[in-house]
Each structure stands twice: as C-alpha cells, then as structure tokens.
Design a protein around this ligand. Structure first.
Ligand code: NDP
Ligand code: 2IT
Length: 449
C-alpha cells in the first residue's frame, strides 16, 4: 500500500477532513480507500470527471435523533441515535445498527462508508448504510432493552423500509434487539414487512445460517487466502479477539475445519485455553447467560485469564480480529510476525490500524480486510431478503453453500483485481478497487442524483 495520496486525491481527502471535523474513524476509512484509487482514475478518467469519489464520500442522507426512555427505577434516560444512509446506487441502504457507548457520528460514518464497498463486493443488490446509538446495553434488563428499542423505532420507522433502508445487527444488537425493533415497526406501520430487517428469528422471517454467517464467512475467506499459498487452516493454531457473534462462529468454523483455537477475549481481558476453547461453554456464557468472559475460567480452571491482556502477544499461526475497530496496532502486528503468524483475516470492521496493515503487507502476510473477509454476514442478510421476498425458507445446508460460494467469489474477485492493478495478493487494493468500480460505475449510469 502506498503511503501518500495521489495528487488528484489529496484535495478530495482534504475536503473530507474539512467538511467532517473530528470524525477520526471516518477519516481513516476514507483515507484507506483513497490510498488505493490513484491507478483507477488513470484507467477510468470518466469516474473522475463525474466526481464519483467526492460523491461517494458524502452520505445521501444522515438522520440524528433523540431517544428518550425510562429505566427500571423510573428514571428518564436520554440517548442519541443515528442512521447514515450512505449510498443506494446498488440497492436499498443496508447495514447494521450498533449499540455501544463509544458510538458517535464518526463511528457510524466509517462503518457506513466501508459498508458501501463491502456490499458491492457481495455481488448482491444492496446499497450501504449504518446506524446505532450511544446506548450501553451492558447491565440493562430485558425490559430496559425493549423500552429503548421501542423508543428508537418510534422515530426510525419513518426512514426505513424493505425498498428504502434495511437495518440489521452489529455490536450490541443481536436477535433479541432486532425482535423488539421489528415488533415496534410492525405495530406502528400495521405491516408485516419481513424484508425491513435482517437477522430476524427463524420463526418470524429469519434466515438459517445468518447467525453464523459473518464468522463462517471469515473462515471461508481465510481458507481461500491460504489456498493461494498452498496452505490450509487445518492443524493451524488460531487466536480470535472478541467473544461476541462474529468471534464465536469464526471459532466454530475454524475448529470444524481442523484448527486449534486457543484464545479469545472481551474488553476486559483474554482467555487462553491450550486445550482449545470449549465452544459449548463459551456459547453458554455469552449467548445464553450473557455473562463476562471471566466466567469461562471459573468454569474451566485449566484455562488462564489475562486481565487487561493483549491477545496479539499469544503465539499463533493465524490471527482473527473479531471485536472492534483499531484493536490491532503496528506493535501487535510486529509481535504476531515475530511469533510465526502466517495470515490475518478481519472478522471485525477496521480492526487493524493503518500502520498495522502496513507492517503485515510489508512482511508479505496474507491480509484479508474486513470489507472483504467479513462480507458473509451482510451477504447472508441479502439472502434473507431474497427468502422474505419469495416467502420462502431455505435449509441450513443450502444457505451455507450459497454463503461459501459468495466468499470464494469475493476472494477471487479481490485477488484478480489486485493482479490487474499490479499489486498481486494485496487484498486491500483488490477489495477497495473492485468495490469502488462496481458502485462508481452504477452511480455514473444513474446520472447526477
Ligand atoms: P458483539 O456485540 O456480538 O460482540 C462484540 C465483541 O467485541 C465482544 O466480545 C466485545 O466485548 C468486544 N468489543 C466490542 N467493543 C469493544 C471495544 N471498544 N473494546 C474491546 N472489545 C470490544 O458484536 P459482533 O460480534 O456482531 O461484532 C464484532 C465486530 O464484527 C464489529 O466490528 C462489527 O462491526 C463486525 N461485524 C459484525 C457483523 C455481524 O453480522 N454481526 C458483520 C460484519 C462485521 P465486551 O463484551 O467486553 O464489550
Ligand atoms: O458490518 C456488517 O456488515 C454488519 N454488521 C452486518 C450488516 C447487515 O446488514 O447484515
């Protein structure tokens, strides 16, 4: 990856900085894409004439609203929520909702921006968007979560729809929250509009394999990267950061394909289990009981807990960041390489810092960027929309097969694009350019809208 920006792109980036002050994660996501687009403008000057990059960097619509709700003690609480409808050239806005105290406009915009290219790479008809709130679900009762979701939807319902904008889950938003949000949407609109949300429960319009899709997809992508090098995940020692939806199903698929996964984490610490992570125990603690990872070592005393530990210090052959943005730095990347790591695939969105990515690429480590490697989640969301539109429900095997084929195709498309632009095997270049061309060409075809 080049360090500087092309002279045509530098002023565009400066404009993004000036127009979006303080939104550092958004700046980071834009810069990473712009760093790879120089050769594209040479090959496709019409996209520069049409100001496609400037247009892509400006969301089509941004909604910010107050969410008042009452906690279990009767106290009034106020949160702020967002929906950034970034780009609808390829289909309705599509992307998750994140509930986390760190959420502000810059986080939602970085996620929405990345979502445009990710969704384009799936080859399915979905535009890019993202939403969320600074609401902290930790320690909240079920009824508090429900009241918050209902209040949020009382505003959001007017902005979304199966042909307009289709939210789903992300950090802090899983099937329980989607249920409360969808229930309130149905009540206000008096419509059973299944296609307005994805990540729904199986008995009310959800798709089989959606829960597993992001983690599974990341492993399918990783396997394709390894195949190029004559390697496979079988027998490899892996570490997976996070212990949420993406992490759990990345661990499940990696193990099913013969890997040994020895560590995972949450925002307080790291669990290392040299016997291999006990997946049933992990699911019980995280999915059913909603407890902290410290419970794992209370149940399984042979495992160790590193409070405030850094997971990337643990020797491994494959590293899978599946928690949050900027969790893997240049120092972490150097440590991974020193300990013999041979591949990194991002289950999370933008988990590796720009300097971290540079270290990995310069060392020739196959690196799968989130917008390609974690696209399996949103791709399966698009399959859920297909099933809803045809009032059908596919088997797990069929849905997983479609997911795997989509990940193989994304890998091939990114790899071939990296070759075409003289950066063979650089999936950052491949994913950014392939995604950009698909959206950019559609935007040009649709005229100045
Ligand atoms: P979950 O809420 O299920 O899990 C999040 C995990 O990451 C938890 O273990 C959490 O720990 C940890 N985490 C979250 N925020 C932080 C933080 N600021 N610092 C340290 N650890 C943190 O979310 P998902 O598994 O769904 O999402 C994980 C990542 O994957 C995110 O980047 C998301 O955008 C991305 N992603 C998700 C998709 C999906 O379909 N769900 C699809 C594609 C990408 P703790 O409990 O301590 O907060
Ligand atoms: O980052 C992501 O791709 C997601 N959180 C999933 C979005 C979706 O619409 O399924």
């Amino acid at each position: 990856m080049v360090a500087g920006l092309d002279e045509k792109l530098e002023p565009i980036y400066q404009d993004v900085l000036r127009r979006n002050p303080g939104e550092t994660e958004f700046h980071q996501a834009v810069r990473e894409v712009l760093e790879t687009l120089g050769p594209v403008l040479v090959k496709y000057p019409e996209l520069a004439d049409q100001k496609i990059i400037q247009r892509i960097c400006e969301p089509e619509r941004q909604i910010i609203f107050r969410v008042p709700w009452q906690d279990d003690r009767g106290q009034i609480q106020i949160n702020r929520a967002f929906r950034v409808e970034f780009n609808s050239a390829l289909g309705p806005f599509k992307g998750g909702m994140r509930f986390h105290p760190s959420v502000y406009l810059g986080i939602i915009k970085f996620l929405g921006f990345e979502q445009i290219f990710k969704n384009a790479l799936t080859g399915l008809p979905i535009g890019g968007g993202k939403g969320g709130s600074d609401f902290d679900p930790k320690g909240k009762s079920d009824s508090e979560i429900m009241r918050f979701c209902q209040s949020l939807m009382t505003e959001l319902y007017r902005h979304i729809g199966e042909h307009t904008d289709v939210p789903a889950g992300d950090i802090g938003v899983g099937q329980r929250e989607i249920g409360y949000l969808f229930g309130q949407y149905k009540r206000i609109t008096n419509r059973y509009e299944s296609g307005v949300f994805t990540g729904k429960g199986l008995s009310w319009g959800g798709s089989r394999a959606r829960t597993e899709a992001t983690g599974y997809g990341t492993i399918f992508f990783l396997e394709e990267m390894l195949k190029v090098r004559g390697e496979s995940i079988e027998g490899k020692t892996c570490i997976v950061s996070g212990s949420g939806n993406v992490a759990i199903y990345a661990i499940e698929k990696a193990m099913a394909m013969g890997a040994r996964v020895i560590a995972c984490s949450d925002s307080n610490g790291v669990v290392v289990d040299q016997d291999g992570i006990d997946l049933d125990l992990l699911k019980q603690i995280k999915e059913i009981e909603r407890r902290r990872l410290t419970s794992y070592v209370q149940e399984k005393t042979s495992a160790t807990y590193l409070e405030d530990g850094c997971i990337w210090n643990i020797p491994c052959q494959v590293a899978l960041p599946c928690a949050t943005q900027n969790e893997l730095t240049a120092k972490d990347a150097q440590c991974l390489i020193k300990n013999g790591c041979i591949a990194v695939a991002e289950g999370a969105n933008m988990p590796t810092t720009p300097e971290g990515i540079r270290v990995l690429l310069e060392a020739g480590i196959p690196f799968g960027p989130g917008k390609a490697a974690n696209a399996g989640g949103v791709a399966t969301s698009a399959l859920e929309m297909q099933q809803n539109a045809s009032r059908d429900s596919w088997s797990f095997e069929h849905t997983e097969q479609r997911l795997q084929q989509i990940m193989v195709n994304i890998h091939r498309h990114c790899y071939e694009t990296s070759e075409e632009f003289d950066a063979q095997g650089n999936y950052v270049v491949g994913a950014n350019i392939a995604g950009f061309l698909k959206v950019g060409q559609a935007m040009a075809a649709l005229g100045l809208v």
